[in-house]
Every structure is written in structure tokens, then in C-alpha cells.
Design a binder for this molecule. Structure first.
Ligand code: TNX
Length: 519
């Protein structure tokens, strides 16, 4: 008996050591978030060496950029000096190949196929966006320390097999409120990188609210000169020049993330009202506001100058926004009567359309007559969203009780609010946009967006405490078919991402519901 258990121990140890030496060999045991649609393991591993390079098929600036993105992520930690090269012949063993493929309808606009043999890694997709998403999968198949920006030990091995993967929803977004507290350009860029890592493809910037106006409008300069001066709590605010905004847009584009700018109106407008007296019903400006109440401000919906103002703002914003949408807010306009609200929103929709953009707005806008292509963002009232569906509009799912990143985890959370709910990591993950409201069906939904309001947070590190570890779950809800999502299985994968957060210097809330790796 004793001998037998010794033999077992010996065998177990041998298996462990060979696993360590040979690297991972079971592709289906990897901890990819969002979970891929299909994974077929072949039981071997591929190793990157200092001979490995990244080959792209054909001279294409866009593929070159995607290849370089991967090289720039892997080189600092691995020290392997991967170069991006254009392939001329069949690739020699040991390399990574990125190629646009023949049309593969199942993969769509954003899907990819990743084939790993012990000789090479081959990534194919219909579109560059698919290759970019596939690269995030390659990163997640490597050890967590690959995300470090300093040199780490190898080996750099990946389990073999095939992954075919594509998203359920075309819109997988996050919102950042830069109005209540201002976030610097570099903080916004860091968030874009994090979104891209989880295959999310939209960043909605809440650019104006009672407490601050954050985007330069050249024809109305006091909006930022005065209206951008402060923030919640009375600290120094800030704003993006149009050049800085364009820089953010370009950075996001290179990561296949669309920026959607929001100018909230007719309520949530104190910063604009404080900057220009003529926008007020009384003709007099209020003081700047640094508290966190809502619902007290309104543009003068009966004045022509208000529409001249909105037209100028939307024109300037549309000109620097390549994405299809301008978000007009429309929420919590408690100081605007419904009789004034309806014609106002109808007219603002026309203004947005006249500048070549589609309208997004919070669910209250469904009380008006929606224009074709206007999208309703469900956050509070299902009955509003349903009115949108009845008008033929698509719905963006951001229910506050499930998908608000500013909601506290529980009563002990350092940051956040709890007016809608406490949202622990399991609750954030365990819901399905397509069944949450019976009247809102999958075909009515364009996707999901997790919103982060910033009344209680003023820098990225504080934001990250609320974002992580919930964000990967929202990414998975947006990407992975509901039939493949189970909390008990997901929490095991999420646990392995703790080491990745650390390697990326991300400040996360170590929820007790997840067995994080100890180190
Ligand atoms: C409601 S969500 C708001 C925001 C607040 C948020 C705080 C929405 C459309 N309006 O103005 O920041 O609650 O959670």
C-alpha cells in the first residue's frame, strides 16, 4: 500500500514536471475571457523562441500595425525581439502568421480563426478587426507574466488546437463619465487598451454634465474656458482640446474601438448654462456646480439661440468623430416639462442627422418620436425601452441594476454609489440581455454597455477598483453565446486573470467570490 502511494506520488510529480517543461498542452483548459465560441484541442504545444517572428500576408499598413501591436505587447516581457515581416513564401516553422482569409461567413466582421500546431500559430479573419481580436486571444494563451513591461522568464509556450470565435453582439461598450471628474488623455487611453484586451469595441465618453464641460467647442469657447474649470468636490477640472480628442479617437481606432461622444441635454447642463447666460430661461447664469444632485438644470427649450448652440456643438463634434453615433443624453430632465422635452428631443435628433450621424440617447428619449436609426440606451425604465422597441428602434442594454460599474459591490465598497443595487461580481455576470425584459428580444438589441459614472472616483486607479473584476464579465456577456456562459465555470477563468491584472498594474477589487491565485 505504502509503495503503491509512493508510485502514485512519483507519477503525479513526473506529470507535473513534464507539464512545466513542455508547457500547456490542453487548449480547452485555457482561461480565455470572453470564452471563445469553439475550441478544439490537439494535445501538444507551440513554443516561441528568439527565432520567432510575426509574418503578415501582403503589404498592408493595417496588418503591419496589427502585427506591430502584438510585437510591442510581447517583446518587453519575453525579450524575444519579434519582428513583423511580410511573407513572400510558405512560412518556415516556428513563426506566427497573420492573414486575411477567403470569405468565411460564420466569422463575420469581427471573428477570427486561430490554428496552433507545434510548428506555427496561424491567425486568419475576414477583416482586420478579427485579427486584432484574435491577437488578444494569443496574449491570453501565454502566461500572465507576458503582460509585464519588464523582462520575465520563459518558456513562452501555447497549447495547440483550433479556436473559431465571433461575437454575439456587434456593440460591446463601456461608458466613462469624464464630466463629474475629469480623466486625463493618458487615463482614457489606458482604459481603451483594457477594453481592447477583452474584445470590447466602443468607448462612450460622457463629455458634458452639470459639473463640467470637457470638449473644446471653438465657436463657444467659454464652455471649456469657464465651464470646464472645476469638477465634483471643487477640484481643478479640465477638458480635451479638439486635437487631444482626435488623438484619443485615433488611438481607439488603432485598437478597433469606436468613440461615441455624449453631450447630455436638455438637463445635466449646468456647466453650459453657467458659461453662457443666453442659454438660460432667465437669461442669467447660475454658479458653477460641484455637488452630485441631478435634475435641476435645463436649457431654454423655447429659445432659438439654444438650437444655434446645439447645432454648432454637434457640427464641431461630428467633424472630429468618425464613429456613426452622437449621444444626446436626454436623461433625468426633471426641470423640463414633458411638453417642452418632446419637441426639443425631436429637433435635436434632426440636428444630429443633418450632420451625418445617428442618435443615441438614454431611455427617456423613447417618449418622443424616434427617427429611423435612433438607438435607445436602456438604463432605468423598461417601459421606456419597450416604447423604443414599439417604434422600431434598437436598444442598447445598460440596466443600472446589472451593468452600472459605479454601483458598489457591497456595503463595504470603498468607492461607488448604491441607488440602483449592490452588484457583486456574480450578479454583474449572471444575466442575459436577451431575456432580462421579455418584451426586448435579442433581435431588438444592438449590444451591451457598462457605464461608469464618476461622482466618487477621480483617477484611473479608483476607477479600476470599480471596473475590475466586473468588466471582463460584461465583455463576455457581449461576446459569448448565453448557452456557453455559466458563473461556476467563469469564476475559475476569472480567478486566473488576477495575475494578469497585477502584471498590467490594474487595481482590482479582490472579490471573495473568486479564488484568486495567491502570490
Ligand atoms: C443616474 S444613469 C444618471 C447619472 C448619474 C448616475 C449615478 C443616467 C442616465 N443618469 O447622471 O451619474 O445615475 O449612478
Amino acid at each position: 500500500m505504502k509503495n503503491q502511494s509512493r508510485i502514485w506520488a512519483f507519477l503525479a510529480l513526473t506529470a507535473l514536471f513534464s507539464q512545466m517543461a513542455c508547457g500547456p498542452t490542453n487548449l480547452s483548459k485555457e482561461n480565455i475571457i470572453p470564452k471563445p465560441v469553439s475550441t478544439t484541442p490537439t494535445g501538444d504545444s507551440f513554443g516561441m523562441t528568439d527565432q520567432t517572428n510575426i509574418y503578415i500576408q501582403g503589404e498592408s499598413a493595417e496588418l503591419q500595425q496589427i502585427g506591430q501591436f502584438l510585437a510591442d505587447k510581447l517583446n518587453p516581457s519575453t525579450g524575444l525581439g519579434l519582428d513583423v515581416k511580410v511573407i513572400t513564401d510558405t512560412p518556415t516553422p516556428g513563426n506566427i502568421l497573420l492573414a486575411l482569409s477567403e470569405n468565411d461567413p460564420e466569422l463575420g466582421e469581427e471573428g477570427y480563426e486561430l490554428t496552433i500546431t507545434n510548428e506555427m500559430i496561424k491567425l486568419t479573419a475576414n477583416k482586420p478587426a478579427g485579427l486584432f481580436h484574435g491577437i488578444q486571444t494569443i496574449r491570453q494563451l501565454l502566461p500572465a507574466r507576458v503582460e509585464s513591461t519588464s523582462a520575465e522568464r520563459g518558456p513562452w509556450k501555447i497549447a495547440t488546437g483550433t479556436i473559431r470565435d465571433y461575437p454575439v453582439y456587434a456593440y460591446r461598450g463601456a461608458m466613462l463619465d469624464v464630466a463629474r471628474h475629469f480623466f486625463e488623455v493618458d487615463e482614457v487611453k489606458a482604459y481603451i487598451d483594457q477594453l481592447a484586451y477583452y474584445k470590447m469595441n466602443v468607448l462612450h465618453l460622457h463629455l458634458a454634465d452639470d459639473q463640467g464641460w470637457r470638449i473644446e467647442i471653438k465657436s463657444w469657447p467659454r464652455l471649456t474656458e469657464y465651464g470646464g474649470k472645476t469638477e465634483v468636490g471643487g477640484g481643478v477640472g479640465g477638458f480635451y482640446t479638439q486635437a487631444e480628442y482626435s488623438d484619443i479617437v485615433k488611438y481607439a481606432q488603432q485598437r478597433y474601438v469606436t468613440i461615441i461622444p455624449e453631450i447630455d441635454m436638455p438637463g445635466h447642463t449646468n456647466a453650459a448654462l453657467a458659461s453662457y447666460p443666453e442659454l438660460n430661461i432667465s437669461g442669467k447664469s447660475p454658479e458653477l456646480y460641484t455637488g452630485i444632485e441631478v435634475g435641476f438644470s435645463t436649457l431654454a427649450t423655447h429659445k432659438e439661440v439654444t438650437y444655434k448652440f446645439i447645432d454648432d456643438v454637434i457640427r464641431e463634434l461630428a467633424a472630429i468623430t468618425p464613429g456613426p453615433y452622437i449621444h444626446i443624453g436626454g436623461d433625468e430632465s426633471h426641470s423640463t416639462s414633458i411638453e417642452d422635452y418632446i419637441p426639443f428631443v425631436n429637433r435635436v435628433q434632426d440636428i444630429v442627422i443633418s450632420h451625418g450621424k445617428k442618435v443615441l440617447g438614454w431611455d427617456e428619449i423613447a417618449l418622443t418620436t424616434l427617427k429611423p436609426n435612433t438607438v435607445v440606451q436602456y438604463w432605468a425604465k423598461a417601459e421606456n425601452a419597450i416604447k423604443g422597441v414599439e417604434q422600431g428602434a434598437k436598444v442598447l442594454m445598460s440596466p443600472a441594476k446589472n451593468a452600472y460599474l459605479d454601483m458598489q459591490y457591497d456595503s463595504t465598497s470603498t468607492y461607488g454609489l448604491h441607488w440602483a443595487a449592490y452588484i457583486e461580481v456574480d450578479k454583474a455576470y449572471n444575466w442575459d440581455p436577451a431575456t432580462l425584459v421579455p418584451e426586448i428580444k435579442k433581435e431588438n438589441i444592438i449590444g451591451i454597455e457598462a457605464a461608469l459614472w464618476s461622482e466618487t472616483i477621480s483617477k484611473l486607479e479608483e476607477a479600476e477598483y470599480l471596473i475590475y473584476p466586473r468588466l471582463p464579465g460584461y465583455a463576455e456577456i457581449g461576446w459569448t453565446p448565453a448557452s456557453l456562459r455559466k458563473w461556476d465555470e467563469y469564476k475559475g477563468r476569472l480567478a486566473r486573470h488576477g495575475e494578469r491584472f497585477k502584471a498590467m498594474n490594474i487595481n482590482f477589487y479582490p472579490s471573495k467570490l473568486v479564488k484568486w491565485d495567491k502570490k
